[in-house]
Write a protein that binds this ligand. Structure first.
Ligand code: CA
Ligand code: CA
Length: 81
């Protein structure tokens, strides 16, 4: 039972961590990051970098594209403020 509780807690923790990007950068709460949201949240990123991160070219970054950008180091770790 203790192990099960730990596993459940860990799962919840991972879920919260994966959504952390959206809570601070996704200002309109649609679950994806537009160019404007990325520029506002990450001053170090320019439009060309955004375009490079937008793998399917639909003009917004979905969670998959954001995860890929973070893993490749293109998108910096979450910034405070
Ligand atoms: Ca958004
Ligand atoms: Ca996209």
């Amino acid at each position: 039972m203790t192990l099960r509780l730990i596993t459940l807690t860990a799962a919840i923790g991972l879920g919260a961590a994966s959504l952390a990007w959206a809570e601070s950068a996704d200002s309109d709460g649609d679950g994806m990051l537009s160019l404007g949201e990325v520029l506002a949240a990450y001053p170090s990123i320019d439009e060309a970098t955004f375009t490079a991160m937008d793998g399917n070219g639909d003009g917004v970054l979905d969670e998959t594209e954001i995860q890929a950008a973070r893993e490749s180091g293109t998108l910096p770790a979450q910034q405070d403020g």
